[in-house]
Write a protein that binds this ligand. Sequence first.
Ligand code: 6PG
Length: 469
Amino acid sequence: MEQQYDFGLIGLGVMGRNFILNVADNGFTAFGNDLDPEKVNALKEEGGDLTKVNASTEVDTFVGSLSRPRKIMMLVPAGKIVDSVIEGLLPHLDEGDILIDGGNSFFTDTDRRETYLQEKGIHFFGAGVSGGAKGARKGPSIMPGGSQAGYAAVQPIFEAVSAKYEGEPCVAYLGPKSAGNYVKMVHNGIEYGLMQLTSELYDVLKKGGGFDNDELHKTFKNWNEGRLASFLVEITSEIFEQEDEFGNGRLVDQILDKAKQKGTGKWTSQNAMDLGIPVPSIDIAVSMRELSALKEERIKADTLYDRPKVNRMDKTSLEKMAEEALYFSFIITYAQGLHQLADASKEYGYDLDIATIAKIWRAGCIIRAGLLADITEAFRADASLPNLLVSPSFIDKVKATVGSARELVAYGAKNGIPLPGLSNCLTYFDAYTSSRLPLNLIQAQRDYFGSHTYERLDREGIFHTEWEE
Ligand code: 6PG
């Protein structure tokens, strides 16, 4: 009998190839599949030993090479491709086989696929995989949900290949149905928020403090050694050092300022609107990518208006203020994303444990940060915390840094440096911590023009007033 491999992977792009090599490094045999013979051959060559890692372009050879129940993961682009891969596989699968979607699929697609495959006796589940190409190779954070029986079968493999934080694997079963894809979607929303904030702080240090690339590199490097330690701050410091291969100074200065997106941040924002949960840090991060894409319009508009002359700030005090503001706004962004997860858990019946999610984000994923250890502790202390901002362990952290966020937002406004992410975080904080907001006026207006009624502070009931009289 031909050799039977422990794990199968479909989609041998850079993520898939790296993931399967990681599986093999951890003592499991793995078989890959891709329509592209070049990718199949590249994997075989890189794997070196065909008894450990093998691959084929043929689906029947692929499926026939896997031990039963078969454990197959797809790492292919989200959307119709996932459905067509499933259709191609189905005739070859048997009841009890396990199929995993490791891509960034939209969560309702995962629900639909789970129902469809359940009827055919296949254990299907979505598992978000974060950490980019390097993470897939060396240890990603993995966010599985859906079929618990299916997950149990691959748990030893996932725990072995995942990143480790103080020895603990950055993977855990998160909840039923599309819980895994949903959590990964919000992870990406938070990722968008943190990236937007980092770019704003870069802008203010550069324009407001005159920091050159070497100074930016040093500043972000220092920050990464303190409470802002995180993957995104770390790579940001390295980005400032990268020379341009065409000899035009540093590469960062030659990169077109139009940010692309594949949609997961937008989905997070759209779904937060559906749930009625405010996530302005994520909303604005999506909007800024859209605004950045309007490069030609921006160039024209730039010639129509004067910008205030920037009043330079002292480098040392700006650096301190910026560090505090970034820390404050990172907290607010995680707070918003986690708030959305808690609400989605109720709405969709995911039964999520926020401490577990924060725990598996501490290493491997793009939003990994020292802060996540504190967040894990905060939710371990109180699993039903409505918002990180009311956690006793976060109050002092926020109090100590909000002042700098205020000063920096005011500075940006006065000097024409756009800081929409930072100012949104501040506004969210000011509004969330206000017992009285001016939205009584909105209720009055609604009742005035549309008899939409209002409630009162001083008595129970629903009221309407004939305002014009
Ligand atoms: C990860 C990332 C990854 C995502 C990229 C690109 O966790 O490894 O979130 O899944 O695809 O970050 O996303 P955008 O193209 O939308 O920026």
